[in-house]
Design a protein around this ligand. Structure first.
Ligand SMILES: [Zn+2]
Length: 203
């Protein structure tokens, strides 16, 4: 089996180098037992698991930010676009949310594009994997379940592009249940994988 698409996986923010988190902000509060989640580390944990699943299934992917350093959004977009000339690409940026709330959401750029159908598949697979969790959607835009936002990476990439926000790192229940645990990260990766599989199966 081999896939139709080249999936461009973008783990948002930076990782941890020599114990030093590379991104200011983008972390959970320090919980009472001292645990703290660094979003970029968690995003890498999800992408690494997702890549293992995709390798097993024979799907094609590129981790566009393999390094632990934080890479500018401009550079992320430049890398993504550089693959698009010779491949049919789909860009997936992987994040966790903050700012008070709970649940998961999937963003596309504003307006009806091919990304909307892709985002809908991701939302369906998140709902299947996390029936106990909350889907956050944007009822006032176009009737789709995805949220639309003016994110730089969604606007400037020249292929279908989505951005997933898996749970809220500043919600202690969600942070502990999904983001700080191996099991939670595995489930987040699986939800992404099942969406990729569904889209590949349709191709
Ligand atoms: Zn983020």
């Amino acid at each position: 089996m081999s896939g139709k698409y080249l999936w461009l996986l973008d783990n948002g923010h930076g990782g941890v180098i020599d114990g030093l988190y590379q991104t200011s902000g983008k972390r959970s509060p320090v919980w009472q037992d001292g645990a703290v989640l660094y979003e970029g580390e968690c995003n890498r944990g999800v992408v690494n698991r997702l890549m293992e699943m995709m390798t097993r299934a024979g799907y094609r992917y590129i981790n566009i930010v393999p390094e632990l350093e934080d890479v500018s959004l401009h550079e992320r977009v430049r890398r993504a676009n550089s693959y698009h000339a010779d491949n049919e690409c789909i860009y997936v940026s992987i994040h966790s949310n903050a700012g008070g709330g709970r649940g998961y959401e999937v963003f596309t750029s504003i307006g009806q594009t091919r990304s909307d159908a892709i985002a809908s598949v991701f939302i369906e697979e998140f709902a299947r994997e996390f029936p106990e969790a909350k889907m956050r959607s944007d009822h006032y835009s176009d009737g789709d379940l995805d949220k639309e936002a003016d994110y730089y990476v969604l606007k400037r990439t020249n292929m279908p592009a989505i951005l997933t926000e898996s749970f809220f790192m500043d919600n202690e229940d969600e942070c502990r249940k999904y983001l700080l645990t191996s099991e939670g990260r595995e489930r987040i990766a699986k939800a992404h994988f099942m969406a990729i599989k569904a889209i590949e199966d349709m191709a």
